[in-house]
Design a protein around this ligand. Sequence first.
Ligand code: URA
Length: 182
Amino acid sequence: MSRDLAELPTCTRCALSVSRQRVVVGSGPSRPALVVIGEAPGRHEDEGGEPFVGRSGRLLFALLEGEVGLVRSDCFVTNVVKCRPPANRTPSRGELSACRPWLSEQFEVVKAPLVLVLGNTAARAVFGFNEGIGVTHGRVVPWGNGRGLATYHPAAALRGGPSVVDVMRADLRILKSLAELK
Ligand code: URA
């Protein structure tokens, strides 16, 4: 871990440091097959300190295994915002920009050929998209030395049902084709 990242668990760069229980740094190998980036920790993640350990995570990793053939231990998993926003609200612009240097530090340390970004907020933050996820999902973009794409957040699929899951599956098949092309 770089010296800066060693300070992440005690970060006070924004007001989420007051309400959070734990900073959810992220976890996985430093040379993963895939980096997965979500929005922000929820209640279970705030309690346990690990990203995507609740219902969203179960759906996400079931879809990834089914469509791409990757399991959680193949992935480095993190969020654009490392602390839980109260009541799981969308992170503010200030919170996103306060947290951005941590993600940049992680990109310095963790190198992967592929990135998967989940949901509108993370897709805008990571890829700089101006349009919403309904337009940008499945769009292949260069990322570091590799490539990536965004899809719907699994929480949106839990709310939206099979039609959203079907779109996620199709996006993940694009991701798989990128893995096979490399
Ligand atoms: N939703 C996210 O975006 N990230 C998590 O870690 C959990 C739920």
